[in-house]
Design a protein around this ligand. Sequence first.
Ligand SMILES: *Cc1c(COP(=O)(O)O)cnc(C)c1O
Length: 425
Amino acid sequence: MRIFENYESEVRGYIRSFPTIFEKAKNSILVDEQGVEYIDFFAGAGTLNYGHNNEHITNALLEYLKKDGVVHGLDMATTAKKEFIHSFQENILKPRNLEYKLQFTGPTGTNAVETALKLARLVKGRSNIISFTNGYHGLTQGSLSITGNNEYRDESYISRCNAAFMPYDGYFENIDTIEYLRKFLADGSSGVDTPAAIIVETVQGEGGINVASKEWLQRLEAICREFDILLIIDDIQVGNGRTGEFFSFEFAGINPDIVTLSKSIGGGLPMAMLLFKPELDQWKPGEHTGTFRGNNLAFVAAKTAIENYWTNDDLSKAVFYKEKILKKHLESIVQKYKQYNISIRGRGLVYGFEVLNDSSVASEISAKCFNNGLIVETAGSEGQVIKFLPPLIIDEKTLKNGLEIFEKSVEEVFLEKEKHLKMEF
Ligand SMILES: *Cc1c(COP(=O)(O)O)cnc(C)c1O
């Protein structure tokens, strides 16, 4: 590890939570240089929904490279791009009655978010954007301005880029947060300008697995229509099947104006894009550009993922089936440790596990899991929530093994806590 300590910036993050050198990975398993295997319940923060080195995807990539397919082509037309667009239209958008134009941005999530904000402002001629408490949208300046987590919101930034925060679903116990938002919009003197757009995650991933209800999302959409505001769904982390359906907003029957996608859209390779209603396509040619828009290897991977997993509902069904296993096991842990007051919540294969009586315990559990061969990360404003994000293709046995390791690790941490307490008295 010394090479990283000596030469890589202090900014390095996940390496500290999972301090080993990973050498290989397949599906839901990571292997380090010592040959130790880890079950991956983190999946690249939602980038590896189809698993590490998914066989279908790897084969398609090897074949494409062998025949000298174009790897970099700026945003020129390529066969790989043509085939991806066709596949996405036919298998994802059309069956869901969604009519969107596609825009490829630089290959990271925050690029897609920046582009969404820019387009919304351009179309509406307004500069304010509303986002929500504990929302996470990336760390370049525009995205950062609408990200809640104060760990990232550095005061040295010169501008907050005209953004306003409103309470997310469930932020207050007894306040109707949609009514609250409505009041600010309806009152011209509230101090909150009518925004160009409202941006929201249906499940807040980094923010601690806070889940918006169907009704809340429907009412949010209605408010956007009432005040002529664009609705942006940031589906970067919980899209691509994470909640069981391809888009995380499908269950609510809403029709967002703009959708951001990244993380798993490229089948594990860097890729980001924007979907928007055709009437919003008010860009001039080349008005928003970038060198790595359209990563052709990612197009090949993305198309392969769609054609293997989204031409029928097998994967969706499997996600809901595995959700039951995950939920049941977590609920049994909640029951076993009632005195710790544990909350669990989620949708599909994104779940949070929060020990309400002790916010510091999550990072200890994550560290213990790592020692026991399981990669699981924390989320939330204080890292107080354990986040379950296994690859969607995880097999039942590995899922159950991972959950056993988790339960054992929780038990070890709680036992240590109790021992400590006894020593104090
Ligand atoms: C990860 C994430 C982003 C930022 O993506 P990057 O690729 O890290 O820039 C934006 N929004 C959400 C919801 C995310 O989870």
